[in-house]
Design a protein around this ligand. Structure first.
Ligand code: NAD
Length: 339
């Protein structure tokens, strides 16, 4: 684990157990700036403790890159609460997590993530002020969806020569908090939607609301389309899956889409433009960060619009340097984080 910390330059990992509530939690902090670390809290069932620790460390590094490229003055942080088969009292569990966060004295600020909700953050807020995305602050997913929508426009412009989405075929994998919101924006802009989700109810809703075409999950990435938007799980872009893609670009919200940076090169060699995930999906982080700092809604909206511009810059640099957008984004982030 120390080797992974060295490799990712995650400096600190905090852990706690609380015998009363059953809380078992990890917080990983990345980045050398004189600033608090910001990032969501996952509440998931992991196969073992090591996987949970690896998830926290890797995601803290990504959050650092995401904050840097979004121009936010925060280090990267990630919390993981290991979900057991049974929880006695969820509210008390998250309150105990709040006490753990408070003990870190502001070095880490938490927020919602996979498996947690704004109601959970309300419980955290009973014990600490170092929390955002409470019920009052709102779920950041809508902002992530808006950022991805802006990013898809820039991606279409760079790859297809127009940011008019009318008639563009976009394949959305995952109709959750972000994917469904994205579908709404794309439908309003006149895009044709191809959708899949493991939950048939969500697919049915998208068919009814957006006239979307349902596609069987495993067939979606290989269905011809203009833009493939992964909005479910990470790791969807591997050497094997990229060889089968039939799209002009990949632009979606899922974290850690590439199984390795080499896969970014493969996409490039196939002429598929890739919008780096931690750039296009930064909308939620932008909202929680700026709201935590007390910014007005209009400031947040202006900042969100920058996602499209940032991607345009990355695509231009990638074209000029003959490197993939994934490599260009990583180099930019490393310069900002490490100097
Ligand atoms: P979510 O849990 O609300 O939605 C995920 C959806 O994907 C669910 O509807 C689920 O049924 C579906 N799904 C799961 N496995 C699938 C599969 N194999 N094929 C098709 N559908 C599948 O999550 P979310 O908040 O919408 O986030 C989606 C992705 O975006 C995640 O990777 C998340 O880490 C990333 N992300 C989210 C935010 C945010 O603000 N919510 C911010 C940045 C990144």
């Amino acid at each position: 684990m120390l080797a992974l910390m060295q490799r990712t330059r995650v400096e600190t990992v905090h852990m706690t157990v609380d015998p009363v509530t059953g809380l078992r939690a990890i917080v990983a902090i990345h980045g050398g700036r004189q600033a608090p670390a910001l990032g969501g809290c996952r509440y998931l069932a992991y196969p073992d403790e090591e996987s949970a620790m690896i998830d926290a460390i890797r995601l803290a590094e990504t959050m650092s890159y995401k904050a840097a490229l979004a121009g936010l003055p925060f280090n990267g942080g990630k919390a993981v609460i290991l979900r057991g088969p049974h929880v006695e009292d969820r509210a008390l569990l998250f309150e105990a997590f709040g006490r753990f966060i408070d003990s870190l004295q502001g070095r880490y600020i938490t927020a919602v993530d996979s498996g947690t909700s704004t109601a959970d953050m309300d419980c955290v807020a009973q014990a600490t002020a170092y929390v955002t995305s409470t019920t009052q602050a709102g779920d950041p997913s809508a902002h992530t969806a808006l950022g991805v929508f802006a990013g898809i426009r820039s991606t279409a412009m760079a790859r297809l020569g127009s940011d008019n989405l009318e008639g563009l075929r976009v394949a959305i994998q995952g109709l959750g908090h972000v994917g469904y919101g994205l579908a709404e924006h794309l439908h309003a802009a006149g895009a044709e939607l191809l959708v899949c989700d493991t939950d048939p109810g969500k697919v049915q809703l998208a068919v009814e609301q957006f006239n979307a075409r349902p596609i069987a999950g495993e067939a979606l990435p290989t269905t011809p389309c203009d833009i493939f938007a992964p909005c479910a799980n990470g790791g969807v872009l591997s050497a094997k899956s990229v060889a089968q893609l039939r799209c002009a670009a990949v632009a979606g919200s899922a974290n850690a889409q590439l199984t390795s940076l080499d896969v970014g090169d493969l996409l490039e060699s196939r002429g598929i433009l890739y919008a780096p995930d931690y750039v296009i999906n930064a909308g939620g982080l932008i909202q929680v960060a700026l709201q935590y700092q007390g910014a007005e809604a209009s400031v947040i909206t202006t900042h969100l619009r920058q996602i499209g511009k940032r991607l345009t810059d990355i695509f231009a640099q990638a074209q000029a340097s003959h490197h993939s957008p994934a490599r260009v984004a990583q180099a930019m982030a490393e310069r900002l984080v490490y100097g």
